[in-house]
Ligand binder design. Structure first.
Ligand SMILES: [Fe+2]
Ligand SMILES: [Fe+2]
Length: 254
């Protein structure tokens, strides 16, 4: 038997840490509370991040490590746990960028920002299509599981590189400009980038944790349709295998 706990809908005003925890898979809740070496794997974006760039790069680096765990292993159980972890992290990261980061490109960087956001949404859609295929595979399907992940990674790695090398430096520069223009001057409280990093972390707690490419990448569409999938994803996550757990997986391939 295992205990469950509310997965969504903490009241506004609850601490940031609590709001993040509600969307963590069951095993990660336990891991997060025990300071073991492996628990570092489960650190969540936003809690300790300073800027939005740091928060996003931290996610990218976690995704890279999960990817490597899968492709460098022949153990199906290990691959399944990290495959679920990879899916969980990538799905939430993608939607949170679409809700928080890409609209900021459009708001603060004019025409160039709109083009950047459009390119990134297209890249996300390609990756989400592949993630939907990958999340429904099992490692025992050896001829498909790792090859599909590698196919996805080729798209994702190029997108990550573009975000880190081009998009994020431009966003930070635009946010800094806003800071400088803000009435009251610099050094007053939290910066625009830090504030965005917090919103990014909070958003990840409430978005779907599986890929739903049919919900689209437009933030408003995502909130109307993709969000309906979030509670279902979060409940099904309880039954999936994640790193460092022994609970049987749910056969659901929703
Ligand atoms: Fe992205
Ligand atoms: Fe990203």
């Amino acid at each position: 038997m295992f205990r469950t706990r509310p997965l969504v809908s903490l009241p506004l005003g609850a601490s940031f840490r609590h709001q993040l925890n509600v969307a963590l898979p069951f095993r990660q809740l336990a891991a997060a509370s025990v300071p073991t070496t492996t628990s570092r794997l489960y650190a969540t974006t936003g809690a300790s991040a300073t800027t939005i760039s740091e928060a996003i790069k931290k996610d990218h680096s976690e995704l890279t490590s999960y990817y490597n765990e899968i492709i460098n292993s022949n153990d199906h159980d290990h691959q399944e746990r990290f495959g679920n972890q990879f899916t969980w992290e990538l799905a939430r990261h993608s939607v949170a960028e679409e809700l928080i980061v890409y609209p900021a490109f459009e708001s603060h960087m004019g025409k160039e920002g709109h083009m950047m956001a459009e390119d990134d949404r297209k890249a996300h859609h390609r990756v989400k299509e592949l993630l939907k295929e990958f999340q429904n595979l099992k490692p025992k399907q050896e001829d498909q599981y790792v090859p599909k992940l590698k196919e996805l990674w080729q798209e994702l790695a190029a997108h990550i590189e573009d975000e880190e090398a081009n998009d994020l430096p431009k966003l930070e520069a635009a946010l800094q400009k806003i800071e400088q223009q803000r009435e009251g001057g610099m050094g007053q409280g939290i910066s625009a980038s830090e504030s965005m990093a917090k919103k990014f972390g909070l958003t990840k707690a409430f978005v779907p944790s599986r890929s739903h490419p049919s919900a689209g990448e437009n933030p408003y569409f995502e909130s109307a349709m993709g969000m309906l999938a979030a509670p279902i994803d979060h409940i099904a996550d309880i039954f999936r295998k994640f790193p460092d757990n022994t609970i049987s997986p749910n056969p659901s391939t929703k």
